[in-house]
Structures are given as C-alpha cells and as structure tokens.
Ligand binder design. Structure first.
Ligand code: ADP
Length: 537
C-alpha cells in the first residue's frame, strides 16, 4: 500500500537548514564531551537528589517522545515507527525501577529489596535499549519501509504498552530476585567491578552500530535527529567506560548526556508539532477568510442586484397600475394605456441591462464596448428621474459641453452610474429646507483628453471623515440604505478606465466627479464630430 504523503518529520526529508542545525548540535556535543574528558575521574560530592531528578526528566522526556511517536504511528501506521515508539516507551519505563533501586535515591539500599547489582544492571539494560531501538528501527526501515500495520491502531498501541510494561516488570523482577546470579558490575556501593569494562565496551559498540545504521539509512528529519541521539549516546557510553567510581565527573556527565540525548528527539517532535499547529491554524484562517470573502461577494452581488433593480421595478409596478386604470376607464383611454405599457417594456429592458451589467462586473466577463455620447446618457438619466425630481421640487441645471469626446463603454452601466449619483443627490436633498433644491450636472473635457462629469447637489453634504468610506461596500448613513450603490459605481467607472471621487463637499451639498478616458482609436473619428459641434455653436 502506498504511504500517505504527510508533512510529518518521520516522512519529510531534512532541509539544508535542518542538516546545518544537526551538524552544529553534533559539533557542540563533541566540544562538551572533549572538555569533560580531562576531568573524567575527578571525584565530586555525592548528591543523592541528583539521580531522582535526572530519572524523572528522563522518564518524562522518553514517555512524551513515545507518545508523539505513537501519534505519528497512528497516522502512518508503519512498523519502523511502531518499533521506535515502543523502544522509547521501554526506556521511559525501565528508568523507574533503575531509579527506585538505586542506593540512596529513594531508600538507603534501594527499594524492592534490591541487591547491589540490581541498579547497575538495570542501567545497562536501559543504556542498551535506546541504541538497540535505533538499530531495529533502521533495519525495519530497510526491510519493511512500506509495510503498514493492519487493524486497529488503539489495539496495537495497547498491546505494545502491555508487552513493554510486562518486559520491564520481568527484567526488574529477575534483577532483584536473582541479583546473585548475574555477573558483578560493582564491588562496593561506589566502586565498579572489572566486568564493567566489558559491558561498557559492548555498550559503546552497540552505540557505534546505531550511529552507523542510522547514518546509512537517513531519509527523514526524524532519522537526522536519531543520528544526533546515537552520537550523544556514544559519548555517554564512552563516559560509562571512564567511570572510575560512582559520583565522579564521568558518572555525572554520563547522565547529563543521557538527558541531552533523550531531549533531542522530543525537542524536534515538539518543534514540528508546533509548526504543524501553526500551519493548520493559518490554513484554517485562510479558509475562513476565503469563505468570508466569498460570502461578502455573494452579499455584494445580491445587494447590488436589489439596489439597482429596485427603482425600475417600482416604475414597472406604478406603470402597470396606471395602464390598468386607463383600460378600465369608460371609455378606455387606449392611447395612454399603450404609453404606460411602452414604459413598462423599456423599464424591463433596463432591468435586464442592470442584471447583465452586474453579472459582467462580478464575473469579470467583457462585453464589447461601444462608442458612447455621455451627454446623451445624462439627458436620459434626467428624463428617467424627472418624476421624482419634480415631486420633490428639485430644480435641474444641465451644463453640458457638446465638445466632449466620445468614450468607449457600456451604455447601460454608465447610465446606471449616473442614475445612482442622481438618486443619492435626490436623497441628500430630502431635508434641504429654506433654500431651493438644486441638482446640477455638468460635463466638460478633462485635462487628459477624456471627459469629466460633475453631479452636484445642495443637500446634506458628506462628513470629511467619510469622503473615502462612502465608496466601501455596505457603508451607509441612511436607515434604509444598502451601501452598495457607490461601490458598484466606482467598479463600473474603474472598469472603463476612469475614476469616481468626491470633488467637493460642504454644509451645502457635495459634488461627485466622474472621469472617463477617451479611447485612443476613437480619437480620430471623434474629432470631426467635435469640430462640427463647435462650428454649430
Ligand atoms: P446607500 O445610498 O444605499 O447608502 P451608497 O453607496 O449609494 O449607498 O452611498 C453610501 C453613502 O454615501 C450614503 O449612505 C451617504 O451617506 C453617502 N452619500 C452618497 N451620495 C451622497 C450625496 N450626494 N450627499 C451626501 N451623502 C451622500
């Protein structure tokens, strides 16, 4: 079965930085080891509290490493990971009887009726366990790299815990109950026996073997950290060899090297899981904001639709009612009814145009642009809003420059922009009292050869701090507003290569300015028209 591709340190090859970090760690370990060597046999004070502290640290680091490794095993389900995790678990558990049986640590002669040889032999078992685990792990990678453990992961881990705990119990029982049958590693409470030389030499060989095995089978970040562990373990084994008597520098440093070596894999695993967590949190955030922005886009589209078609739909409804009235009249006034229905048809066309233009804006699709006479659109807009401006007693002043060039664009979209600006102006003048309400629309050529259109009112004006915010989607100061009109207008104008901004604002109204560029290829065609218009004037 193919192995799942996961970004776990047990499957990802080391990067250059990680290799460099491993090299620096190895160099540091070597420096510390070499600096300890000259003082190896210096006797230090007996510190009974040292061993329980070191044993607790080792127990916890090995146990947490085993937990992490089993978590990796639960994902990848490979045999090498299971064996490595089991090995770390064994190391964690065997430290308990070692510390408990060590004379002076928890009881003067050690617990469990331990003999003199119990704790040195438990130490030997523990010291052999980790390099042996590394060797087994490397061999398992060689022979069963793709073999996946079948069945339930929970059952496999429970079985491992039981087997490892049973092995530790049996070894502890044997080394306490039959302490007298094992070769002597120690003669007094502090002095080692000669046999220790052989045992420690064997430990060194196992550590060297572990180093070589993992060196030749390096494939992941985990393997790289195990390489450093094996190196630290080798230094630690050499120090065992150098121990002259318990509590000398070699004895203390051996335990310190063990702590460093055991912590290495844990540190790498912790760093990795923190990075994975950060990565997950970031991608969850990214997904969330993607969802949010999709939601906002959908809201904007639906709000824009509702905003833009509300006006023509209202007109359709009132024209339909009027048409019916003219027909129901006795005698029916068919001429007026026909005109009402013609207005309905043209409003329906406008609704279609609005829907099409909103689709164009949000889908990014490009319909071909056509030459547009902006003054004509302004006049159409005024005609379409005449009913409202008249009912609200708004005077309209048009100042249209007939020399402005033709622009390329979408007639319906640009009309929509003007309808929005005029609609906003009408709204802004709702509370203008004590002076006549005036809507002024002006067109002129702009300084860059394009056109500028100004829509001016003498309504409420815009607070200075809002002059840019009013173009944000959903920004509104009106209780019945949707806050999409200006955002849509700006998108349309910018899609035409132009700009939409507030040109001036004050207590007595505001002015919006639209600029649109003149199309290059139209310039030559548009020029004669412009000249002719000027001539006429
Ligand atoms: P809406 O009209 O639904 O609020 P718009 O995007 O069209 O949405 O306008 C956003 C805001 O800009 C309005 O709520 C209003 O505060 C302000 N605004 C727009 N046009 C004018 C204007 N001519 N005079 C004063 N304020 C305006």
């Amino acid at each position: 079965m193919a192995q799942p591709q996961t970004p776990l340190i047990s499957s990802v090859p080391p990067s250059r930085t990680e290799r460099r970090a491993a090299f620096v760690t190895a160099a540091l370990l070597l420096v510390v080891f070499l600096s300890v060597l000259p003082f190896a046999n210096v006797r230090l004070e007996r510190l009974d509290v040292f061993l329980p502290i070191v044993a607790t640290i080792l127990f916890l680091t090995d146990l947490i490493s085993a937990t992490f490794l089993y978590a990796h095993f639960a994902i990848l389900r490979t045999w090498p990971l299971r064996l490595l995790a089991g090995g770390y678990l064994f190391c964690a558990l065997i430290i308990i009887p070692y510390a408990l049986t060590f004379p002076g640590a928890f009881a003067p002669n050690g617990l469990f009726n331990a003999g003199l040889q119990t704790s040195p032999w438990l130490f030997t078992v523990w010291h052999m366990a980790l390099p042996t685990t590394i060797i087994v792990y490397a061999i398992a990678w060689h022979f069963t790299p793709q073999r996946v453990v079948r069945g339930s992961v929970a059952t496999a881990i429970t079985a491992d815990v039981c087997i490892v705990a049973a092995a530790v119990c049996v070894i502890t029982w044997f080394l306490t109950a039959h302490e007298n049958v094992v070769p002597r590693l120690i003669v007094t409470e502090t002095d080692p026996a000669v046999f220790v030389t052989f045992v420690s030499a064997f430990m060194m060989m196992v550590a060297i073997a572990a180093l070589l095995f993992i060196w030749f089978s390096q494939r992941s970040v985990l393997d790289l950290s195990l390489l450093i562990v094996a190196l630290a373990w080798l230094f630690s084994s050499i120090l065992v060899n150098l121990v002259d008597t318990r509590f000398d520098v070699a004895w203390y440093s051996n335990r310190v090297f063990a702590v460093v070596s055991d912590s290495l894999v844990l540190l790498v695993l912790l760093a990795e899981s923190t990075m994975l967590y950060a990565g997950l949190a970031l991608s969850a955030l990214a997904r969330q904001s993607e969802r949010d922005s999709r939601l906002i886009s959908m809201n904007v589209v639906s709000a824009a639709m509702a905003h833009e078609i509300r006006q023509p739909l209202t007109a359709i409804a009132s024209n339909a009612g009027a048409g019916l009235n003219w027909i129901n009249k006795v005698p029916p006034d068919l001429g007026r009814a026909r005109r009402a229905y013609e207005r309905i048809i043209s409003d329906i066309d406008r609704v279609n145009e609005v829907i099409q233009s909103i689709r164009d804006i949000f889908s990014g699709s490009e319909r071909p642009k056509t030459p547009i006479n902006t003054n004509q659109i302004i006049r159409e807009t005024v005609a379409l809003t005449r009913e409202e401006t008249e009912s609200r007693k708004i005077a309209i002043e048009l100042d249209l420059n007939e020399t402005i060039p033709t622009v390329l664009g979408h007639q319906g979209q640009l009309r929509q922009v003007l309808l929005n600006l005029v609609g906003n102006a009408i709204e802004a003048m709702r509370h203008t009292n004590g002076r006549s309400r005036l809507l002024r629309i002006k067109s002129e050529p702009d300084e860059r050869g394009g056109i500028a259109v100004f829509v001016e009112d003498n309504g409420t004006g815009i607070a200075p701090e809002n002059t840019e915010r009013i173009f944000d989607v959903f920004f509104t100061t009106r209780s019945d507003g949707m806050g999409v009109g200006l955002a849509v207008c700006r998108s349309i104008v910018e899609a035409h290569g132009g700009t939409l901004s507030v040109a001036r604002t004050g207590n007595e109204g505001s002015v919006f300015r639209i600029t649109l560029p003149q199309s290059q290829h139209l310039e030559t065609e548009a020029s004669p028209t412009r000249v002719r218009t000027q001539d006429v004037r």
